[in-house]
Design a protein around this ligand. Structure first.
Ligand code: GTP
Ligand code: MG
Length: 346
């Protein structure tokens, strides 16, 4: 799962990316080239499970963030950046919450609208190049492609992002090859100065975000960068002094999980105790495939224990005795916090 840190030029994308991931993109990269950085998903349940298997390695799930090198001196997005953005599963749009280099005050609700307009235009361009070919009799890639694209064109023509087009799950799946930009889940990230880090988001931004069904996260890239340089205890003290409960990177990840409808399941053993990320609704065989393709192909059954049962009873054997271990088939829908052991024939 890759979250693209996107936004208008000079909004603070790279600052936020570096603060979250500790990675410094090479400033000489050509436009459109991406830099990836991973962030561990802290999970108290996983850390508690790890205590039951002392020699095991503890492996957190990770979220990948991407920063795109921008073409210098542009007002809007360059083509190379738009192309790079097609590859991301979701967007976090950084909104400038500080005066820019010329002293101009921030206008985050306008930035939200401006980027959206660019994404809508880029999608409209794709639809308008495809539709005439379908109308001329080109074989559609999926049933009713022409009708669906016609509907999308009307929607885009009205300056509405495809996220709000009320697409069914099947339609969204059919369209996945197009990688429409305005269809991708979006989170708004207001990057404010340290002094404003506890202030609520400005009402105009809240209204603009609500209208688009977008969540707003307020953070200070500057504060996050400083936290990233501290050890855990000093970071806690620093956050307490600022009146914050936790660093934004974990809030950011929680929001990204929600945005992409992601959940975690766990595997435990003497070698490793590990969290895996899947989309909500994933069935057991596909979840097993995340661990290893052999486990999906040779899937027989999943032994499932709820992590709270395992934590309360202290061992898999005790869970088995207490009837807390279930055997589930291929189509079992894995739940957040399930501990899985896959029985397989490979
Ligand atoms: N005052 C202040 N300046 C910031 C903050 N975050 C970023 N900046 C400045 O804003 C400018 C742009 O920051 P970047 O992080 O490079 O923004 P960007 O969106 O990656 O820019 P491009 O990739 O060129 O589009 C730089 O001069 C930063 O120093 C902030 O929180 N406060
Ligand atoms: Mg940048």
């Amino acid at each position: 799962m890759k979250v693209g840190i996107v936004g208008l030029p000079r909004s603070g994308k790279t600052t936020v990316f570096s603060a979250l991931t500790g990675q410094q993109p090479d400033p000489t990269l050509p436009p459109g080239r991406t830099t990836l950085g991973t962030v561990r998903v802290r999970d108290a349940r996983l850390e508690a499970l790890h205590k039951l298997y002392p020699p095991a390695k503890l492996i957190f799930a990770e979220v990948v963030f991407a920063d795109v090198a921008a073409a210098p001196g542009r007002k809007g997005l360059d083509r190379a950046s738009l192309t790079a953005m097609r590859d991301f599963d979701a967007f976090a749009q950084v909104l400038r919450g500080f005066p820019d280099e010329t002293g101009a005050p921030p206008d985050p609700s306008r930035e939200l609208a401006d980027l959206e307009a660019e994404l809508v235009l880029a999608d409209l361009d794709v639809v308008e190049r495809k539709l005439p070919r379908l109308q001329k009799g080109e074989k559609p890639g999926f049933p009713a492609e022409k009708e669906l694209l016609t509907r999308l064109r009307e929607h885009l023509d009205a300056n509405r992002p495809l996220r709000l087009a009320g697409l069914s799950a099947a339609e969204a799946r059919n369209l996945s090859g197009y990688a429409f930009l305005s269809q991708k889940p979006l989170l708004a990230v207001l990057n404010v100065p340290e002094a404003a880090v506890r202030d609520p988001a400005p009402p105009a931004l809240v209204a603009a975000a609500e209208e688009r069904q977008v969540r707003v996260l307020v953070l200070s890239g500057e504060v996050e960068r400083q936290i990233a340089e501290l050890d855990e205890e000093s970071a806690r003290d620093f956050l307490r002094d600022l009146g914050l409960a936790e660093s934004a990177s974990q809030r950011f990840i929680a929001a990204a999980y929600g945005l992409m409808d992601l959940i975690s399941f766990f595997t435990v053993g003497d070698d490793e105790v590990r969290a895996w990320t899947i989309r909500r609704g994933t069935e057991a065989a596909a979840a097993a495939g995340k661990i290893h393709t052999d486990l999906e192909e040779g899937f027989i059954r999943a032994e499932v224990i709820r992590c709270e049962d395992l934590l309360a009873l202290g061992s898999e054997a005790k869970c088995r005795e207490a009837g807390k271990l279930r055997l589930e088939g291929k189509t079992y829908v894995v739940q957040d916090g399930d501990v899985l052991h896959i029985r397989h024939s490979k």
